[in-house]
Write a protein that binds this ligand. Sequence first.
Ligand SMILES: [Fe+2]
Ligand SMILES: [Fe+2]
Length: 291
Amino acid sequence: MSEHQSPDISGSKLNEQRFHILEQIAQEMGGNIVFPVCFEITAKISLVMRSKAPTIQKIAVEIQKDPLVTSKILKLANSVTYNPGGANVTDLNQALMRIGMQATRSLALACAMEQMSQSKAVSPFEAFSREILLHSLKASMVARVLAQKLAPHLHADSAMLAGLVHDLGAFYILHHAVRYPELVERPDSVKYLVAQWHESIGVILLDALGLPEEVVESAADHDFPRTTPVEHLRSLADVVYVANLWADGLNEVQKLDAPGTAIEPPELTNPKYVALQPEFEAAVADFMSTW
Ligand SMILES: [Fe+2]
Ligand SMILES: [Fe+2]
């Protein structure tokens, strides 16, 4: 224990704090979930996408209200991934046409996640939330490459979105955990709480954000070791499972009290995925250069 920690907290008190957080989260999830304001654009894009006549123009109206998202959309549209021919665009509408609605929504979400990870509200867990953000950005591009190369029946941009948001529940838990000084002093305890609960909480959040059903489903149990190795990517959930591992998600997996977490997942040595490693790295580097 460090000299700054509260001296009077025992294991059971800590458990009590953890339980309080979960209780509070459950209560909030039972009613109207209030997202931080940075998620407003994402929610509006989702509304447009679920409307009868979704158009790029309607999405552009929402995007241009936010200069940060606008500039990142332009950068992404001119990145190697979306612009292998090197023909740059300078106009938001053209950029949106090039990357499409799904990737646009991913970008808006990534910006919201970054703002959330940098906000004062999670500053006591700054390093941890930064780690989750970088892992999420990495997982999004690994998922995109996996879908593109090994699962053409799945939409690469849906895979990107699913990879990006699979750990969204973790940010939400951190937002609640900061209200408990005992937990702020014991970040490891919070990591345990996140490991145990972020998947189920994430599913509820993604649903509330209006994301597609298969994306929501892919966040469920993404850390839980599979009983049979994933050799074929049949669903977005399979893609997210493998992408999470290749995006350094193994430490998340190892914090679960689950059988099979001590052995190296076979998906990390499967030659099919190993052969794609240079492409994972190139796509991640390309995406990060637009950030
Ligand atoms: Fe996770
Ligand atoms: Fe993860």
